[in-house]
Design a binder for this molecule. Sequence first.
Ligand SMILES: NC(=O)c1ccc[n+]([C@@H]2O[C@H](COP(=O)([O-])OP(=O)(O)OC[C@H]3O[C@@H](n4cnc5c(N)ncnc54)[C@H](O)[C@@H]3O)[C@@H](O)[C@H]2O)c1
Length: 259
Amino acid sequence: MNFGLKSRVVLVTGAAGNIGSAICRQLSQEQAIVIAADISPRPQQANVADWLHLDVTSEAGWAEVIATIAQRHGRLDVLVNNAGIAPMGTLEGTGYDEWRRCLAVNVDSVFLGMKAATPLLRETGAASAWFASVVNIASASSNRATAMASAYAASKAAVAQLTKAVGIEYLSLGYRVRANSVHPAAVQSDMIDQILQRYSVITGGTPVEDLRKAMIADHPMRRLVEPDEVARSVLFLASDASAYVNASEVHVDGGLTAN
Ligand SMILES: NC(=O)c1ccc[n+]([C@@H]2O[C@H](COP(=O)([O-])OP(=O)(O)OC[C@H]3O[C@@H](n4cnc5c(N)ncnc54)[C@H](O)[C@@H]3O)[C@@H](O)[C@H]2O)c1
């Protein structure tokens, strides 16, 4: 699949994770200039132009990363806010510090990232035949609440609405920048493996494989999403193939949230 992203400068957060690494791999295949950022170390197989250490909850960290990109590349065509965490637990079992950490990593990060990157995105859009693009990874949980995930659901609903507000604001200010969110259902990933382990403990020892079967049965496609399927939607929103798509939610969920 060719999305015409050759030589576009793209920053991807959470690049060491399952979805982030799929996004980076597909962007590299498109010959985009991929700047990967994560709090975790660079995986050996990462085939990217730059690997930058970034704690997405740090305003100073964001300023440094954007300054580095401006200095090395002079432009930023696409920002992908993908870093995230999924603490699971009952409301009563969720500590205030855990709630705040979830909101910080999943929502503050998107606010800080867009705020730091907007001047460079705006300059890039103004100097290009195409719009710069922000792609924020939300979740099916933005739209469909599930038990034992209140902090995560709240954080991802906030990402969706924050994205829409900023997407509309960009155009109202005359910026040539679009912003959209991607909403995957449960992805075949370490994050889901860990969630199932935690559900197993919370539910008093329900076998993980029984929980996995129930999760799959809940998905209309009767399978989980592949990281590459999420990545393809990110590339679509990053590219001119989605030129008229702004302040929108792209659901990669096989119809889960349409029910
Ligand atoms: N896995 C799923 O089923 C699923 C479904 C819907 C949405 N999502 C969302 O997709 C995104 C990626 O998920 P994933 O499955 O690849 O998870 P993952 O745990 O494999 O990857 C998340 C990455 O974010 C990084 N990260 C965490 N805290 C950070 C911080 N403070 N600063 C910088 N980086 C940080 C981690 O190091 C990791 O590399 C997340 O936002 C997640 O909420 C995942």
